[in-house]
Write a protein that binds this ligand. Structure first.
Ligand code: 6PG
Length: 239
């Protein structure tokens, strides 16, 4: 595991954007799963502002780690956020953008998207393999849309499952731990003081840490990189 702490969200975003562009340069094609959330959103902005040109975006195949059960025009849609901050501003070929269809019945879409992943991603040990998975972490320790109250979904045998936000009840489609831990690289993008306690518990594996889905992210052979700002890392500094 590699952990890097940045002065600000903006510095984190610029550094991760640079890393992302290097991965594109180093690969003939890149299969990446995007995340929802405010920190990923800042990263997408930085990518579009700095790297819309001069990068071969035709190498990139875009997927999502999770999506809310809403239409792509809904303010809650992870696709809408990614399109407005990044995908509407860079030249990723449309047929390489594999949206989770939040407007479809979630159970049907989870099955359809499981097939999309199986048919479009390279397989290792029969499991679809992303080159890169971006993750955020909720202040409850959830990641993608696997929440602590239904942590067993992490261990599902399917590629995708239907999850439900524990407070709002909003349904989601989410990839499972099987895919996340099969990735060549996983990047946690976490900022804000409200995450500090969970970051500390998860990174330091403190008592009870394994009840948080974020603590289960441990790529079998791939790299795990935490990108934190000082606020989110503040719990790691104190004794
Ligand atoms: C989602 C995201 C989710 C998000 C975390 C962190 O669809 O909500 O995939 O896992 O990354 O909730 O979100 P923030 O970075 O906004 O705190």
């Amino acid at each position: 595991m590699q952990l890097t702490i940045f002065e600000s969200k903006e510095e984190l975003a610029l550094n991760f954007a640079r890393h992302f562009i290097q991965i594109i340069a180093d690969n003939n094609e890149l299969h990446v799963a995007l995340s929802g959330g405010s920190t990923p959103g800042i990263v997408f902005q930085a990518l579009a502002e700095r790297y819309a040109s001069g990068v071969d975006w035709s190498k990139v195949h875009i997927y999502w780690g999770d999506e809310r059960a809403v239409p792509p025009t809904d303010v809650e849609s992870n696709y809408k956020m990614a399109f407005e901050t990044l995908l509407g501003r860079v030249l990723v070929p449309e047929q390489q953008i594999h949206r989770i269809r939040g407007e479809e019945p979630p159970e049907e879409e989870a099955m359809r998207y499981s097939r999309v992943l199986r048919e479009n991603l390279p397989l290792t040990h029969g499991i679809p393999q992303f080159d890169l998975v971006l993750l955020g972490m909720g202040d409850d320790g959830h990641t993608a849309s696997i929440f602590p109250d239904k942590i067993k979904l992490w261990y599902a045998t399917e590629n995708c499952v239907v999850a439900r936000h524990p407070e709002s009840g909003q349904e989601r489609v989410s990839i499972t731990g099987k895919l996340i831990n099969n990735a060549r690289e996983v990047a946690f993008l976490v900022t804000g003081s409200n995450k500090a306690q969970k970051v500390r518990e998860v990174i330091r594996k403190e008592e009870g840490y394994d009840r948080y889905p974020a603590s289960l992210v441990a790529p079998h052979t791939g790299a795990l990189r935490w990108y934190l700002d000082w606020e989110a890392a503040s719990g790691l500094i104190s004794a």
